[in-house]
Design a protein around this ligand. Structure first.
Ligand SMILES: Nc1ncnc2c1ncn2[C@@H]1O[C@H](COP(=O)(O)OP(=O)(O)OP(=O)(O)O)[C@@H](O)[C@H]1O
Length: 228
């Protein structure tokens, strides 16, 4: 059965003006993301991966072009609509993990639920469920500094998915991890696509991640040069 397209873009540009120079960080990008897939944006440093991911997740606005989430153009969203979209529809994972250092693993995941507006009564079962799901049900009281890099990234994954988003955007989630841990984290994301019915869009420059992806877009100087 043909998979549903959840995100599509056409003729997407993001330009930055630096002094007299215009930089095309993203240039004429047309792509589709299919529901229930792991889509990877790959490319060397500076190729535009993060800029593109930020556009798809409404964290940044394109200079030109459209981004459709199902059939809604998210570039036309009001601030309030973008806010709701970010809180309810999506989850984000960053390269630098970005957990709150003074909060325990439990509190970090709970914080994500609070931001998403999940009712208070649901916090405890959801936090426990998702920490168990990422294999850290026994680390709830640990502060991020008391966890390994891979464990911290798994907490960040739990935080990004506990509010049941439809799409998770992950910006180089494995960049700070050793090869084995990186593979483990991406395999976990892939499993969550199945069990949690999410869609994942991830940037990476790690060639090891390619074979695990369903679709890979290769970027060079802001443009898609290959799709497979
Ligand atoms: N705020 C900005 N102002 C000016 N230029 C920018 C800005 N953000 C990014 N760029 C430029 O846009 C291009 C794409 O950057 P981007 O961060 O998207 O690349 P990337 O592929 O994610 O790189 P990396 O793998 O190093 O994170 C680069 O040439 C970068 O210098």
């Amino acid at each position: 059965m043909e998979k549903t397209i959840i995100i599509s873009t056409n003729g997407l540009y993001r330009q930055y003006q630096v002094g007299n120079t215009v930089i095309n960080a993203v240039k004429n990008v047309s792509l589709t993301v299919k529901q229930g897939e792991l889509t990877v944006l790959r490319g060397r440093s500076g190729s535009g991966k993060t800029t593109l991911l930020n556009l798809l997740s409404t964290l940044d606005m394109p200079t030109q072009g459209n981004i459709y989430y199902h059939d809604e153009d998210i570039t036309k969203f009001s601030e309030a609509e973008k806010d709701r979209f970010r809180r309810e529809e999506i989850g984000v994972i960053f390269q630098s993990v970005a957990l709150m250092s003074q909060m325990t693993a439990y509190e970090n995941v709970e914080f994500g639920l609070r931001i998403a507006g999940i009712p208070y009564q649901e916090y405890k079962p959801l936090v426990q469920k998702y920490l168990n799901l990422v294999g850290l049900g026994n680390r709830t009281a640990h502060l991020p500094g008391e966890l390994s890099g891979g464990e911290q990234q798994r907490i960040a994954i739990a935080r990004a998915i506990a509010h049941h988003p439809k799409v998770v955007f992950a910006d180089e989630p494995t960049a700070q991890l050793d090869t084995a841990t990186a593979l483990h984290v991406v395999k976990l994301l892939k499993e969550l696509i199945e069990t949690e019915k999410i869609t994942v869009v991830m940037t990476t420059h790690d060639p090891n991640m390619m074979e695990i992806a369903d679709t890979v877009y290769s970027l060079q100087d802001g443009e898609i040069v290959d799709a497979q």
